[in-house]
Design a protein. Sequence first.
Lengths: 162, 549
Amino acid sequence: MDKVIIDGAIVDNLWRRLEGESLENALPEGKIIVPLAYWQANRDTLIARGEVAVWLAPGEEPRDLEDDLQQLPLIAIHFPAFKDGRGYSYARELRTRYGFKGEIRATGDVLRDQLFYLQRCGFNAFEIRSDRSIEDALAGLKDFTVSYQGDVMDPRPIYRRA
Amino acid sequence: MYVYQEHDQRLLEERVAQYRDQTRRYLAGELSEDEFLALRLQNGLYVQRYAPMMRIAVPYGLLSSAQLRRLAHITRTYDKGFCHVSTRQNIQLNWPALEDVPDILAELAEVQMHGIQTSGNCIRNTTTDELAGVNPKEIEDPRPWCEIIRQWSTFNPEFAYLPRKFKIAVNAVPDEDPAIIGVHDIGVQIVHNDAGETGFEVWAGGGLGRTPMTGAVIGEFVPWQHLLSYLEAILRVYNKYGNRDNKYKARIKILVKALGADKYRELVAEEFAELKDGPMTLTDEEVQRIKQCFTAPAYNSSADNSELEAQLADNKAFNRWYHTNTHAHKEAGYRAVTLTLKKTSRVPGDITHDQLDAVADLADQYSFGEIRNSHQQNMVLADVANSDLFTLWQKLDALGFATPNLGLLTDMVCCPGGDLCALANAKSIPIAESIQHRFSDLDYLHDLGTLDLNISGCMNACGHHHIGHIGILGVDKKGKEFYQITLGGRGDQFTRVGEKLGPSFEADEVTDVIQKIIDLYVEKRHENEPFIDTYERIGMDTFKERIYG
C-alpha cells in the first residue's frame, strides 16, 4: 500500500484521490477524495455513501466548502506544481478562518523542501511525489527549530512567546 | 543596528545547514534543476551569463564595519576581488562557484549576514532612505519599522511561493520620496495623526519593469499596532489572486490595476478584519525593543565650526565636495557623507576588496563603525563630525570615493547589463562609461546641476531607468543592441515614470544624443532651473524636435 506522512509519521495511505476518468464509472470501494465540482454535483449521494473527502485545485478556495466542513474528515489541497503557492493560503484559511480540525493533506508535486512551510500553514498530511523517498522527505519537517511569525501550530509571533 | 539574539543566530545557522544539504542533493542528482532553482534563488543565487551571481542581503542598506570586512574577505577568497552595490541596497558577487555558496553563507552567518530572499518569488529585502535616522526631514526613524517588517517577512511560510517577486520600501520623509515607495509593490509612508500617534499610509501596486506604474493608496492610516496584520492582508490577497500563468503579468501592480484600487482595498479590508487585533498585533514592548537597537550613537562634537569654515573658504575642491557629497544631519556639528562609487572609468556601484576594508576602517574612525548602501549604488558614512570632514575628504579622495558628482549627471545608476547578466538585452556598462568620459569636466557637470541618469540593460529595470530624469533602456532588435531614451521620470520629491523620447539609437549614438538633450536644456533653462524643471516647462515635443527633427 502507498505511504503518506500524517502528523509526523509514515503510515499507510487509506485514501484514494480521484480525478478525470476514474469518476466516470462507479466509484471504487473505500475512502475517496473527490474534486470540488464532483462533490458539489453529487453532495447528497456522497454524504450517504460516507468515507468521502474533497480536494481543492488552485483557484478553488475554502470558501467554496464553507457549508460542508462539518461533513468532511479530510480536505486535500492539490499542488500541480510546487511553485504555485495558493494552497498555502488556503490551508491557513481553513485552519484560522474556518476552524477546520480535520486532516489537511497536500497532494501532487509535494517535496521535502516545502514541507516545513506547508506544515506551518496548517497541512498535517503529505503525499510525497511518488518518485521521491518519503523517509527522506520526513526530515524536511524539522529544518528549523525557531520561527519569527506565528503560525497554525502556535499563533503567537516570537514577540508574544515567553 | 539590530543586534541578533540567540534565536536570530540559530535561525541563520539552520538555514545554512538546510541549504548545504540542498546543494549536496542537487549535485548528487537528487533535486532537479527546476526544484533547485527555487531553493537557490531564495538564498540569493542566480546562474548568470558566465557564472553564478550571488546577492547578499543588506537589510535596509545598513552594514557594520565587521560585516564590510567579511564581505572584503569573501570577495577576495571566493570571487575576483570586487563586488557590486545594487539598487536594492544589497551586495552582489559576480563570480562565486555554486559549490562554494554553502561555505560563503556560513562565513556570512558568522557576522549575521545571509542571502535569504534576495531573489525568487518571495518578499525581498525591505529598503529605505539611506539617511534614515539622521535625516533632519524625517518625522521618525524608519529603520525599526523596516526591521519589524524584515522579521515578519523572513521565512514567512505563506508567502514563499508568490506569483512573482515582492518589494517593500518604507519612507519617513514627508513631501519627498527618498525610498521611491511609489514604485514598490508595497510602499509604506510613515505618518503621524493629529494626536501625534504613528501610523502608515500604505501604497500597493507600484513597480518598474515591463509595465511601470506608481502605486495606489490602499490604507490611508494604518495604526502602528496593525502594520503586520495589514501587510499580511495585502499579501494574502495577492497570493490568492495574482496571475500565475504569465510571469509578465504576475506582479501585484497588474492585479491592482485589473481589479481597480477600490476593489483591492475592499478585499484587503475583508482579510484585515479577520487579522486585526489578533496575535500579530504589535506590542509596545516589542516596538521599544527594536527601537532600542537604533538609538543615536554617542555624539560628541564641538559647537565651534570655525575650523571647518576656514577649510571651506581655503580649499575650493573640498568646498565643492562638501556641498555636493555631504548632507545636513539631525545632530548639530555632524554631516552625513556619501562615498560616490561613480568615478570615471569605474563601473557604477563596483567596489574592490581592499576598498571595502578601507571603508570599514574609515567607518570605525569617523562614523561609529556603520556604513549604508544607497539605492543609487553609493555608500554613506552617516555620522561624521564636522571637525573630521577635511581629513575624511582627503582619505576618500585617495581612495577615489570623493568625486563630487553626487546627484549630478555622472552619478549614474546602472545595472550590470549584458556584460554580466543573462537577462540583459544590451550592455549598459560601456554606455555609462562613454557618458562618464564625455561629461567628466567637473565645472561643466556642476553647471548642469541636479540630474538623474539611469541605465538598465533590459526592461526588468534594475537600473531604474523609468525614474531617471533621463533614462536609457537597452533593447534587442533582431539580435542587435539598441537604446531607448526616456525623459521626465522622477524619483526625487515624488515618483513618476518617464516618457519615451522616440525611436531607439545604436550604442555609438547614445552619448551624442545625451549631449544634444543637455545642450537644449542649457539653451532653454532659466537661471538656476534644474533639468527636470526645464523639461516640464518646455515639454517633450521640444526635445523630440531637436533630436529627430
